[in-house]
Design a protein around this ligand. Sequence first.
Ligand code: ZN
Length: 347
Amino acid sequence: MKILFAASAVLALTPMAQAQSFAVGTARAERGHAATGYIEVPAGADPATSIPVVVVHGARTGPVLAIVSGAHGTEYASIIAVERLIGALDPTQISGTVILVPLVNRASFDQKVVHVNPVDGKSMNRFYPGRSDGSQTERASYLITKEVVERCDHLIDLHGGDLDESLRPYSYWTKTGHDEQDRISKEMVLAFGLDHIIVSTDRPKDPAASRYLENTATTRGKPSITAEAGHAGTVEPEDVDALVRGCLGVMRHLKMLPGAAEPVASPIWIDSVLTVASDEPGIFYPLVKRGSYVAAGTPIGYVTDFFGKKVFEAKAPAAGVVLYICSVPSMAKGGTVANVGVVRTGS
Ligand SMILES: [Zn+2]
C-alpha cells in the first residue's frame, strides 16, 4: 500500500491532523472517513486487553480532540454518551480529528466491578502516565498516553457517578497557572455547558507523575477538561444528553463543527470539594439527595450497625452542594458518604 506509506511520510513532517490518514491502535482512517479498531495492550505479568477506539478523521483539517470514557467501567452514562457520539459524528462535516475511546476498563464493565480494574485492583484513572512493564492498568495507561494523549491537542475525559454514587452533573477545570492554556481550557469547560464547575488547583504538575488522564494531557500543555454525569448505574437520557451536548459544544467552540457553542451563562464555581467519610462500617441511610444545597452541620445521612443502632451520623462539613452521595446501603469504615462542593461567592 504505497499510498499509506506516503501518508505516514507526510505524518512525520506536518502536524498530525493535517495528514491524509490518522491511526490510533489498529484504527486507521483516511481523510473524510471513520475507522474502528483496538489499542492492543499486550500481556505482562497479567493478561492482555483490547481497548476499543474510533478515529473520525474529518474532511477538513483542524485540531485533534480525544474523548475518553469508561476508565470506571460501571459509570455507564458516560460510556453510552461516547457510543452515541460514535454513531453521530459525520467525518464529512468535521474539521480536524476525533479520537473516541468509549471503554478503557473492559474488565470492570464485563464483570460489573466498581472503581477499579478487577485484573489488578487499580483505578484506571490514577496510574498515568503508566508504564510498559507494569500491571494491566499501568500498561493500558502507558499506551493511552502514547497513542491518545500525545497525539491529541485537546482531551475530554468523561466520568459519572459509579454504581454506588448518586451524582449531580459537574465538570472540572484545571488551573495550571499557564494563562493561555488556562484561558482555552476555561472556554472549553464553559462550552461544555454543565453549570457546576470544580476548579482544580492541586493536580500534580509533573508530567511523569500525572496520575489522572486529563492531567496527563494538561501537564503536556494540552488544554483539556473532565466532565461527569450519570448516577448509580443508570443510563438516564438527561445525563447522556448532557455529555453528548457538552462534547458537541466543545467541538463547535474549537471550530471542528459548524455553528456556535452556547457557553454556560452563569456557572457555579466550586473552589473546594470536601469528602465526608464514615467512621464506622454498617448500613448507610442517606438524608439528602444529589444536588441538594446544605448548610454547615446539616445531617446528610447516617450509618447503623446490623441491629439498627445508629453508629455514625454524617454532617455537612461546610455549606455547599452535595455533588454526590452514597447510593447503596453498603458502607465500609472510611467509605465515602458524600462529596460536598464549596461554592464560590462573589467574583
Ligand atoms: Zn470515574
